[in-house]
Design a protein around this ligand. Structure first.
Ligand code: NAI
Ligand code: MG
Length: 494
């Protein structure tokens, strides 16, 4: 089989492709085959500076920030149309760069991303302040764009993460410098071209590729007003420290170790499928992964047995095939991390109920069998640390109070789920969980209308919904004196 030679990708600054001043590149691979698919520009500090200046100039010119919102909305809708028209090629590129099943890129990632642009296209026209009742005065608030937003995203949902950040930022009139993950930079560069085609003025969206050093330069740059970051808790901490120098606004969407709680009175067939989707979707490489499965005593053994039975049927392999359900992990690094946790789980004394092997010899890429550990204690590392792979820890509990205690004994608090047919129990339990999201009898459904984000060390700020616009606007209060003379004008005597 002949392989196409890897393509060369530049940075996208001020509406055009530009070679990096660093003159350095890095490789992007197809993790399902190990093949190098692209050489990508590695942006350095000068490149970041150039992108920030382009964004600043665009912002101050008013070409986007002061564009009539009707027009801005049309352009964001046009972006959604262009993504829809290019859906097959975008989905294919996403799968090639990331290793995720084409079914997921095509039927989940892309449609949700397109929907986000449509939602924020409408939201752009609804951003407004309030009249504030103050006697003797007209007082009102204005919601203004913050300015230049630096957005740093991970590799697990490259298009969707870009969209969740770009759509609200642009709807609110900001300019953006986006730094995609070094493992999956290709679709962000493709989106940049589509933005131009949609009519977004030059300089409003800039994409600077590179690794953590490029991200760090963006976080430290004094010309950036706000940083939105999604990624590991460790780097999130670093981002906060580095943003402190210039007191940038920061929003963080970080790691998780999310609890999925199944009570004995649940619809068990649905709960089994829900538990599988919670952990194995996207090879478990998702911040919302339901990686801690709590199952009530009475049904524990039967539930694990059902899970294992289902798991044996999942199709792992070539992500470009429509029939594939579990694709490749994103990189050698992630592959090593997941395998090391499978080792740790065994050393900690958990029971390996299914999987545990990698498929590197049979399949060329970074494939790992979906894996289940049962008899897991909540204190074990496989129950406390984010593995970010297809590894499930199943923990036993007695009653509601014990489940709530175990669920909350963790530094994370991103999402959670409860499976029960008892409506009172469901709502009571929801109120006891320390997490930014609670699903009842489902998992991983994230409508763009509803706020998403974490408690505790899973971050702060809320993406999606109208609330995301608060992260991309400043509030200005305007006070108009309506009295003939203001009380302060005579303060020093007239
Ligand atoms: P990471 O947190 O290092 O990378 C995320 C993004 O931050 C990338 O674009 C990266 O280039 C950038 N970055 C790295 N260091 C930076 C710095 N000092 N300043 C600014 N930007 C920086 O995540 P990584 O190394 O890819 O994955 C490691 C682990 O992190 C995973 O195994 C997983 O546990 C977790 N993770 C969690 C994600 C989530 O959605 N919550 C997403 C990706 C990773
Ligand atoms: Mg890649």
């Amino acid at each position: 089989m002949t392989q196409a030679s890897p393509q060369q990708y530049h940075l996208f600054i001020n509406g055009e492709e530009v070679a990096p001043q660093s003159e350095q590149t890095f490789e992007s691979i197809n993790p399902a085959t190990g093949e190098v698919i692209a050489h990508v520009a590695h942006g350095n500090e000068q490149d970041v500076d150039r992108a920030v200046k382009a964004a600043r100039n665009a912002h101050e010119s008013g070409v986007w920030s002061k564009m009539p919102t009707a027009q801005r909305s049309i352009i964001l809708n046009r972006m959604a149309d262009l993504m829809q028209e290019n859906l097959p090629s975008l989905a294919a590129l996403e799968t090639q760069d990331n290793g995720k099943p084409i079914n997921e890129s095509s039927f989940i990632d892309l449609p949700m991303s397109i929907d986000a642009f449509r939602y924020y296209a409408s939201a752009a026209r609804m951003i407004g302040g309030q009249a504030v009742p103050v006697p003797g005065a007209l007082t009102y608030t204005l919601k203004e764009p913050i300015g230049v937003c630096g957005q740093i995203i991970p590799w697990n949902f490259p298009i969707m993460m870009a969209t969740w950040k770009l759509a609200p930022a642009l709807a609110a009139g900001n300019s953006v410098v986006l730094k995609p993950a070094e493992q999956t930079p290709l679709t962000a560069l493709r989106l940049a071209e589509l933005f131009k085609q949609a009519g977004v003025p030059d300089g409003v969206v800039n994409v600077v590729t590179g690794d953590g050093r490029t991200g760090e330069a963006l976080v430290k740059h004094p010309g950036v007003d706000k940083i939105a970051f999604t990624g590991s808790t460790e780097v999130g901490r670093q981002v906060m420290i580095n943003a402190a120098g210039t007191l940038k606004r920061v929003s963080l969407e970080l790691g998780g170790k999310s609890p999925n709680v199944v009570f004995a009175d649940a619809n068990l067939d649905q709960a089994v499928n829900g538990a599988l989707f919670a952990i194995y979707f996207n090879q478990g490489q998702i911040c919302t992964a339901g990686s801690r499965l709590f199952v009530q005593d009475a049904i524990y053994d039967a539930f694990v047995e059902k899970l294992v039975g289902k798991l044996a049927q999942l199709r792992v392999g070539d992500p470009t095939l429509n029939t594939t359900q579990i694709g490749s992990l994103v990189s050698a690094e992630q592959f090593d991390k997941v395998n090391s946790y499978i080792q740790i789980g065994q050393e900690e004394g958990a029971t390996l109920a299914f999987g545990g092997k990698h498929l590197r010899d049979e399949l060329k890429g970074y494939f790992v069998q979906p894996t289940i550990f049962s008899d897991v204690k909540n204190s074990m590392r496989i129950a406390q640390e984010e593995i970010f792979g297809p590894v499930l820890s199943v923990i036993r509990f007695k009653d509601d109070a014990e489940a709530a205690r175990l669920v909350n004994e963790i530094p994370y608090g991103l999402v959670s789920a409860v499976w029960t047919e008892n409506v009172r129990r469901a709502h009571n339990f929801a109120s006891m969980i320390q997490a930014g999201y609670v699903w009842i009898n489902t998992y991983n459904i994230l409508p763009v209308e509803a706020p998403f984000g974490g408690y505790k060390q899973s971050g702060f700020g809320r993406e999606l919904g109208m609330g995301a616009l608060d992260m991309y606007t400043e509030t200005k209060n305007v006070y108009v004196e309506l009295n003939e003379a203001s009380p302060i004008t005579g303060w020093y005597g007239v």
